[in-house]
Design a protein around this ligand. Structure first.
Ligand SMILES: NC(=O)c1ccc[n+]([C@@H]2O[C@H](COP(=O)([O-])OP(=O)(O)OC[C@H]3O[C@@H](n4cnc5c(N)ncnc54)[C@H](O)[C@@H]3O)[C@@H](O)[C@H]2O)c1
Length: 322
């Protein structure tokens, strides 16, 4: 198969490219390198079946031109759309960030697929589409869907546009609602933030929020395995799936203590006062994963084990190797 991945130079995109090239697919990856980096592609740069194109998916004329050229050589059979803004606070302070990188990239991916006749789409959505449901366990039919951030709003709008496209020109669509995904190469997120703060000042860790925020975390290896399992077994035309670990998650306080213990045990941890880290942060969420379990899949690592492994890998990435 010939597969297009958008956002390939980001954290999840490069891991996915590695997995799909290893399976023997031709993979064409695109990225505008706004938040990803070429060095993340070192894991695939020597693969003969991997090709990278630097392009902005929000710029329709150049995106379509680049994709048309490649489509003539290796007709794409499916698209994995991962390009998006991953900085939620940036999108809260400037709504055009998520309009462009989270929504327009999706809109344009759909236009390119329609123009070139590509019929299978896998989309990286997010738990952010649900908003704040407190202690309720969230299934794929939970509602109302009231996102707290522009990022979540533009992911939800993307899902809506994909649903409409499925009615007219897509034959199969996978909408994956990711939880917090961790691992390397880390490009953003709480672990990278804590490790870098301690690198800058080994005596102090300032935590956004009061530390009670509690969320589930999924290791990127499990995420990719889960997505592929859904692709193999889901029967719906528009397959919407929560992906995650089946546990209550782990608090930000526990994560801060674990990172301090690993990086700088003498550091003083100072917490904020709010129960959320920033505007748009959802303080607590827990997934109901019955639908995913019915496909016969559960992740290898629970949130605690995933955090432990990711801390070790991110410390190696940020400190040991530099
Ligand atoms: N990591 C998580 O915890 C998480 C959680 C939920 C959803 N997601 C979704 O998964 C996908 C991948 O996330 P990630 O963690 O790898 O983030 P990331 O920031 O590392 O990767 C996103 C990539 O998209 C690229 N990009 C952004 N705008 C673009 C544009 N206009 N044109 C071309 N490329 C563009 C960036 O340069 C970056 O390389 C995103 O859609 C994200 O919203 C991630």
């Amino acid at each position: 198969m010939s597969i297009l991945i958008t956002g390939v130079a980001g954290f999840i995109g490069c891991n996915l490219a590695k997995r799909l090239t290893n399976e023997g697919h031709i993979v064409v990856g695109v990225d505008n390198l706004s938040r990803g980096a070429l060095q993340n592609l070192s894991v695939v740069e020597n693969e003969a079946n991997f090709h990278f194109i630097e392009t902005d998916c929000a710029d329709m004329p150049s995106f379509l031109a680049e994709m048309s050229t490649f489509h003539q050589k290796f007709p794409f059979t499916e698209v994995w759309h991962l390009a998006a803004n991953s900085d939620i606070p940036a999108g809260v302070s400037d709504a055009t960030v998520d309009l462009k990188d989270t929504f327009m990239t999706t809109f344009n991916v759909l236009e390119v697929m329609k123009t070139l006749g590509i019929k299978v789409l896998a989309f990286a959505s997010s738990s952010a589409v649900y908003g704040d449901h407190g202690d309720q366990s969230i299934s794929e039919v939970s509602g109302p869907l009231l996102p707290l951030s522009n990022y979540g709003a533009m992911k939800l709008a993307s899902e809506a546009a994909i649903s409409a496209a499925a009615e007219s020109f897509l034959t199969k669509t996978f909408i994956y609602r990711f939880p917090n995904v961790i691992g390397v190469p880390a490009t953003h997120g709480v672990l990278l933030d804590f490790v870098n703060k301690l690198k800058a000042n080994p005596n102090l860790l300032n935590v956004l929020g009061n530390g009670t925020q509690q969320k589930a975390y999924l290791h990127v290896d499990d995420l990719i395995e889960g997505m592929l399992q859904i692709q193999r077994h889901a029967t719906e035309k528009v397959a919407v799936y929560n992906l995650g670990a089946e546990d209550e998650g782990i608090s930000v306080r526990s994560i801060a203590e674990a990172v301090v213990a690993r990086v700088s045990p003498r550091a003083n941890i100072v917490y904020g006062v709010e129960n959320r880290g920033w505007v748009g942060d959802v303080p607590k969420f827990q997934y109901c994963l019955d639908k995913l379990r019915k496909l016969g899949w559960t992740p290898e690592l629970d949130s605690t084990a995933a955090i432990k492994r990711a801390i070790a890998d991110i410390v190696e990435q940020e400190i040991t190797k530099k």
